[in-house]
Design a protein around this ligand. Structure first.
Ligand SMILES: C[S@@+](CC[C@H](N)C(=O)[O-])C[C@H]1O[C@@H](n2cnc3c(N)ncnc32)[C@H](O)[C@@H]1O
Length: 250
């Protein structure tokens, strides 16, 4: 089951890679969320070794390089994404250590090495959260920073129609696995409660510094027509579409 799902997700991300070029990348954390420019969660990057989990096209790594990081490392399930990241970073004058491997299996990473490990809208793709957080815990330095963003768990509980939001189909109490089509490609994901995320981090020796459950001020201040779409601003005015975590490895 695990291998089958990983293979399907990899194939779909290979197919989508070119259409996902820099779509969710720092300083953007996620759909309609405040940006890093507003939140300032990252420590000073000057001279720091950083690892991007699910680095996609490499745009977030470039942002780290532009802000002074001394070593850029990235991993991604999709060889096509890694290929795109490699080309993009080289074109921008950066050398990076990139590997096409799943975050569930990070055996090749150096231990206690990174000052900062981050993941922009990718960590939630893991098929095994405890194992992935353990992998990160192994390669980050004590005192190092983990920052990640992902869909807010409430997102998949709420249905919108006829100018109203409904808790229909809400299954918040279950960390259920589900499959759907993303831009026509079959993918499988797991819902996780906020407590699942936080407890898993605590079990692997992370201290939570901050959790952001916000919509950007810019969106909150504007008027929008009601829309049923998943990432609609009208929805973001009522609930956070993304959450962001900053934690320290003890
Ligand atoms: C929404 S994109 C993230 C974009 C990227 N963070 C950026 O800054 O441009 C999600 C990424 O997660 C990767 N991914 C999905 N499942 C993965 C897994 N199990 N292990 C590693 N990467 C995975 C996908 O290939 C895709 O590149």
């Amino acid at each position: 089951m695990y291998d089958e799902v990983l293979t399907r997700n990899r194939k779909s991300w290979d197919t989508m890679a070119d259409t996902w070029f820099g779509t969710t990348a720092l300083p953007v954390y996620g759909c309609l969320a405040p940006t890093e420019t507003e939140l300032k969660l990252f420590p000073d990057l000057d001279g720091k070794k950083v690892l991007d989990i699910g680095c996609g096209s490499g745009h977030s790594l470039k942002w780290c390089g532009d802000n002074g990081a001394s070593e850029l490392w990235g991993l991604d399930l999709s060889p096509k994404q890694i290929n795109n990241a490699d080309t993009y970073l080289k074109q921008n004058g950066y050398k990076a250590v990139l590997s096409a491997s799943p975050m569930e299996e990070m055996g090749e990473m150096p231990r206690k090495y990174f000052d900062i490990v981050y993941s922009i809208y990718a960590l939630g793709w893991t098929l095994d959260l405890p194992k992935t957080i353990r992998n990160i815990s192994d390669c980050i330095k004590p005192g190092g920073t983990l920052i990640f963003s992902w869909d807010h768990p409430l997102m998949r509980c709420v249905e919108a129609r006829d100018n109203k939001m409904f808790l229909e189909g809400c299954n918040y109490l279950s960390d259920n696995i589900f499959s759907f089509e993303l831009h026509g490609n079959p993918v499988t994901l797991q819902n996780r409660k906020m407590s699942t995320w936080i407890n898993t981090l605590a079990e692997e020796g992370f201290k939570i510094e901050k959790i952001v459950e916000e919509t950007s001020q810019n969106v909150l201040e504007q008027e929008y027509e009601f829309s049923n779409s998943y990432y609609a601003p009208s929805r973001a005015k009522l609930l956070p579409l993304s959450f962001i975590v900053k934690a320290t490895k003890l």
